[in-house]
Design a protein around this ligand. Structure first.
Ligand SMILES: Nc1nc2[nH]cnc2c(=O)[nH]1
Ligand SMILES: [Zn+2]
Length: 478
């Protein structure tokens, strides 16, 4: 079902939380955010200590045109938070979520990934998986995804259709892979067919959303070993000619890095392979970046390419611990990726936790400064991700002029009276009432899940809600 459009000006009343900077959250305990019919934030009020009635009186006095706005008011222990941004995710791998055994990257690809992806030659299968996965990621509060699809044009286009219809912001990439690393049953026939099919998908996605307001194409060479050198160059050229983003993998696993050295003996490094084929641009998203050398980091920084950190995946398929503190200190732009199904969980909140755990494991073996704080990990999940996909002017936080991509989080209240039976409210987070707002946010980060995400908006459209949401727009559940 299509997402429901905003029906009028809206005022979202209640606490809101977003990143002020990498290290600092802003918590507006008594907030009111006005969003117009186009989903654009028009005012952000932070300080209505005197309560809801005073707020409405203020609106009546000062903001004439907002008097008839609909109001969505948070009750209890709820707060608004920016929608999450998943900067690296493979939608067709979702049926394999949680299946990886003891494999590492190269045998994982052969055992689980190529067989599953090749089955997307079936359009009905693609529809079934993609409908499910877009619902699943929306239910976890993910308002923007950078998707790898498969090599199939019809299935890739179907993913873009579904994102547009359901209202999830998305970059959708037809995967390009023509080398014999991939099995014969699942690879592009030639460089010409790689370019033709990638271009066909770019053209289709631009035809369904000409201004790229919700869905955009992205050039997607799978990774160096999957593409011949002329194919990599052709993808660099295609991205330049069509002015598109690029996404690929880099330096995820030591076996993969050795293979790149073997396949590209004249290249100085893995990053150099991409650089010399025109694939390191300010619009390039590089997933993983676990084992980069200092020289590679310098080239990536110089080219202004971006990094997607995929902590759950890096642990699941035992790739390593990406040195995020060092990369941040050097000035890299970094977001989080679930990397389904290298990663085992479709939630960015889970990957916030995983980013923190991975940084702590690094701290144990290196230096305490490797630790990421809760604030830093939430920044990567929102503003960092927005910068990785080039949407930092539009999403990632609540400022006037940005678009309302948001989630309503509701935590459980442990009642003072009438709770002799120990009943708890839906969701895993129990709030007793004495916690500060900062503590409530920490409790959500470390033990919350999709049961706490009661409503989700993209560009002001309600795109997901649970039965706990009693907002003004009615229901947008699929
Ligand atoms: N994690 C991950 N790494 C890759 N490298 C090449 N393809 C893939 C993939 O599908 N997932
Ligand atoms: Zn990946």
């Amino acid at each position: 079902m299509a997402a429901s459009a905003p029906i009028s000006k809206m005022i979202y009343v209640g606490p809101f939380v977003h990143s002020r900077s990498l290290t600092e959250l802003e918590i507006g305990e008594n907030g009111a955010i006005g969003v117009d019919e186009n989903g654009i934030i028009r005012f952000v009020e932070r300080d209505f200590h005197e309560g809801f009635e005073k707020l409405m009186a203020y609106v009546e006095e000062n903001k004439d045109e907002w008097v008839h706005a609909k109001v969505v008011k948070i009750e209890g222990n709820g707060f608004f938070f920016p929608g999450f941004i998943d900067t690296h995710v493979h939608a067709p791998q979702h049926p394999n979520t949680g299946l990886f055994g003891k494999t590492t990257l190269l045998d994982w690809l052969k055992k689980y990934t190529f067989p599953m992806e090749s089955s997307f030659s079936s359009l009905p299968r693609a529809h079934r998986v993609y409908q499910n996965f877009v619902s699943r990621t929306l239910s976890h509060g993910t308002t923007t995804c950078s998707y790898f699809a498969t090599i199939h044009v019809p299935a890739t286009n179907a993913l873009a259709d579904i994102c547009l219809k359901r209202g999830q912001r998305a970059f959708v990439g037809r995967v390009c892979m023509n080398s014999d690393l991939s099995p014969e049953y699942y690879r592009d026939e030639s460089v010409e067919s790689s370019v033709r099919d990638s271009k066909a998908s770019i053209d289709y996605i631009r035809s369904i959303d000409p201004n790229g307001e919700i869905v955009k194409p992205i050039v997607t060479p799978r990774f160096s070993p999957s593409c011949t050198p002329d194919c990599l160059s052709a993808m660099g050229k295609l991205a330049q000619e069509t002015d598109t983003h690029i996404q690929t993998h880099i330096s995820e696993n030591k076996g993969e890095i050795a293979l790149v050295q073997e396949l590209f003996p004249s290249s100085k490094s893995y990053a150099d392979v991409y650089d010399t084929h025109g694939l390191l641009t300010p619009k390039t998203i590089l997933a993983h970046a676990v084992h980069l050398s200092p020289q590679e980091r310098k080239i990536i920084l110089a080219r202004k390419s971006k990094i997607s950190h995929c902590p759950a995946s890096n642990t699941a398929i035992t790739s390593g611990c990406a040195p995020i503190r060092e990369l941040l200190n050097e000035g890299h732009t970094i977001g989080l990726g679930t990397d389904i199904s290298g990663g085992f969980h479709p939630s960015i909140l889970e990957n916030v936790r995983q980013a923190i755990w991975v940084s702590r494991h690094l701290a144990i073996t290196t230096n305490d400064s490797a630790k990421l704080s809760t604030e830093e990990a939430l920044y990567l999940a929102t503003r960092g991700g927005a910068a990785v996909v080039g949407l930092e002017e539009k999403v990632g936080g609540f400022e006037v002029g940005k678009e309302w991509d948001a989630q309503m989080i509701q935590l459980g209240e442990v009642k003072q009276e009438g709770n002799e039976d120990g009943i708890f409210e839906e969701g895993p987070v129990d709030v007793f009432g004495w916690e500060s707002w900062a503590e409530r946010v920490e409790k959500w980060v470390y033990s919350g899940d999709d049961r706490n995400t009661v409503a989700v908006w993209v560009r002001g459209r309600l795109v997901h809600n649970t039965s706990r949401y009693t907002g003004a727009e009615g229901t947008a559940a699929p």
